[in-house]
Design a binder for this molecule. Structure first.
Ligand code: C2E
Ligand code: CA
Ligand code: CA
Ligand code: CA
Length: 279
């Protein structure tokens, strides 16, 4: 038993070292990523459950590192959050998404709403509201064209400060959406305390909706609760026609997931939207 204990400890240490090394390498490579123009955004359609029309898109960050190749957000975002670099990266995302909205505005897509993911560090930055205002103004956008996705983690981490920042943003007309709903520290008090207008039901619940009565009941309850609070509901991770049809029946307003579209480059979005319209 002693022997295996030591073995496990060594395994644990090796795994920790590997993870720490990985984070260190990513941290180093991230430092030159903005200047090296290694980031880009892809956009995933969100459609109306009732009509099938594209109502908005979520911007998702992609990183092609000169030294590491493609690195997935789940690997580099946590590293950028640990170092605080997410503030600079997040501000790049905000400006790039708004620039793109400005370009789309003059083309066939017209006025569109883009949802971007925002980290706790960004909201804690006193400059944040000003950055949002500038990005909108510089690109001639209406505030309703921008939506910010926050996780429950962000809300508990800095309660009262976040509350006032969100109130300012909502006052301007910017949308606020609670991402990954149900996975984290869900407290129903968040739903009324913060100025939210959209709830995104996490993929974990949508995944089993066709085969698990429990998931089905849970999603049903989330939708009923959201509706009674006047919130818009988006189901994430919709991968099958069966899931889409159940969500529609349950009264979910919007659908997002591979069944509708993968995240795609900006220049493919106008074509996608017109194919969607044509049916
Ligand atoms: P998220 O905000 O929950 O984004 C949804 C993730 O689910 C995306 O992964 C998307 O590609 C993926 N997805 C969409 N539809 C489906 C589906 O039907 N099935 C499955 N299995 N997956 C689906 P992605 O792009 O790898 O991003 C992962 C996470 O990284 C995001 O989760 C978000 O938390 C974070 N992230 C991405 N871009 C940014 C950003 O610009 N800023 C910040 N702070 N975080 C970001
Ligand atoms: Ca999101
Ligand atoms: Ca999500
Ligand atoms: Ca997520």
């Amino acid at each position: 038993a002693k022997k295996s204990g030591r073995g496990e400890l060594r395994f644990f240490n090796d795994a920790m070292n590997a993870a720490a090394k990985d984070a260190l390498v990513i941290d180093g490579a991230l430092r030159g990523a903005i200047a090296g123009q290694e980031f880009r955004l892809v956009y995933q359609a969100i459609t109306s459950a009732a009509s099938g029309a594209m109502t908005k898109v979520e911007a998702l960050l992609r990183w092609h590192s000169a030294t590491l190749g493609n690195v997935a957000p789940d690997r580099f975002i946590p590293v950028a959050e640990d170092s605080g670099m997410i503030v600079e990266i997040g501000s790049w995302v905000l400006n790039e998404a708004c620039r793109q909205l400005g370009v789309w505005k003059t083309g066939a897509l017209g006025e569109l709403t883009v949802s971007i993911n925002v980290s706790a560090w960004q909201l804690a930055d006193p400059a944040f509201v000003g950055l949002v205002q500038q990005a909108l103004e510089r690109n001639g956008l209406a505030p309703r064209q921008l939506e910010l996705e926050l996780t429950e983690r962000v809300l508990i981490d800095n309660g009262s400060q976040v509350q006032s920042v969100l109130a300012q943003l909502r006052g301007m007309g910017v949308g606020i959406s609670l991402d990954d709903f149900g996975t984290g520290y869900s407290s129903l008090s968040y739903l009324t305390r913060f100025h939210l207008n959209t709830l995104k039901i996490d993929r974990a619940f949508v995944m089993d909706i066709e085969h698990s009565e429990r998931s089905n009941n849970l999603v049903h309850a989330i939708i009923a609760m959201g509706q009674s609070l006047g919130l818009q509901l988006v189901a994430e991770g919709v991968e099958t026609a069966g899931q889409a049809s159940i969500l529609r029946q349950l009264g979910c307003h919007h659908l997002q997931g591979y069944h509708i579209s993968l995240p795609i480059p900006a220049d493919e979005l106008p074509g996608f939207a017109s194919r969607l319209k044509a049916g």
